[in-house]
Design a protein around this ligand. Structure first.
Ligand code: PGA
Length: 249
């Protein structure tokens, strides 16, 4: 069985003071959640988040990681640095990184390998633009992203990896994919994983989230779909009550 996983993606939000207040509110609200609960925070909030969530059911993730062990990469953060802090997950290849910061399938793959090598669990984001959807290219785009991200990744690493299907047109727009659209598109991704690895790997090892304007109102409908194993939550993860309602969909 694939355990549901709900992850918050704070993006570039929350100072340390905000983080303290938000996590203090969140801890009791999600304490009895059945889903795995993760919050992915800016680098500057990670130490606070790890400290505050010790002994709770909330896990902490970063929003990116560099592939090199160390060196002359001004402004970047290595996997070892994140592991030392007690971080468990890391978002890789978010569409905002791809759009604004030149992330490619190749750099996504390098980051995934570095994360796994250090024991971090990657949340790999894939998703099509509105233009690509309207041009009937959803499958083509997703297959390319999945093949790129998973190059040289072996089947025994799959249970440490989460995929987040995030249609770009649904991110931060208030426009959610319908539950059928999300389910069918995630099925395409799962089929590709069966192709690349094995049917059992795709069915039992790989968890695939939906992301894009998921909120307390639509979470239960989305989570009821057989292919959807969780959510990557942006806007609605910034308010403790909203996020807890998604977590307990
Ligand atoms: P959103 O963001 O929930 O605000 O649409 C999701 C994401 O970008 O991960």
């Amino acid at each position: 069985m694939r355990r549901p996983i709900i992850a918050g993606n704070w993006k570039m939000n929350n100072t340390i003071a905000d983080t303290k207040a938000l996590i203090a509110d969140l801890i009791p609200l999600v304490a009895d959640a059945e889903a795995e609960v993760v919050i992915c925070t800016p680098y500057t909030d990670l130490a606070t988040a790890v400290e505050m969530t010790k002994g709770t059911n909330i896990k902490v993730g970063a929003e990116n990681v560099h592939w090199a062990e160390k060196g002359a990469f001004t402004g970047e953060i290595s996997a070892k640095m994140l592991v030392e802090l007690g971080v468990e997950y890391v978002i890789i290849g978010h569409s905002e990184r791809r759009q604004y910061f030149g992330e490619t399938d190749e750099t996504v793959n390098k980051r995934v390998k570095a994360a796994l090598a250090s024991g971090l669990k990657p949340i790999i984001c894939v998703g099509e633009s509105l233009e690509e959807r309207e041009a009937g290219k959803v499958e083509e785009v997703l297959v390319k992203q999945v093949e790129g991200a998973f190059a040289d990744i072996t089947a025994d690493e799959l249970d440490k990896i989460v995929i987040a299907y995030e249609p770009i047109w649904a991110i931060g727009t208030g426009k959610t994919a319908t539950k059928e659209e999300a389910n069918d598109t995630i099925a395409i991704i799962r089929n590709k994983m069966a192709d690349l690895y094995c049917a059992d790997c795709a069915e039992n090892k790989v968890r695939i989230q939906y992301g894009g304007s998921m909120n307390p109102k639509n979470a239960s409908d989305l989570m009821a779909m057989p292919q959807i194993d969780g959510g990557l939550i942006g806007g609605a993860s910034l308010k403790a009550v909203d996020f807890s309602q998604v977590v307990k969909y």
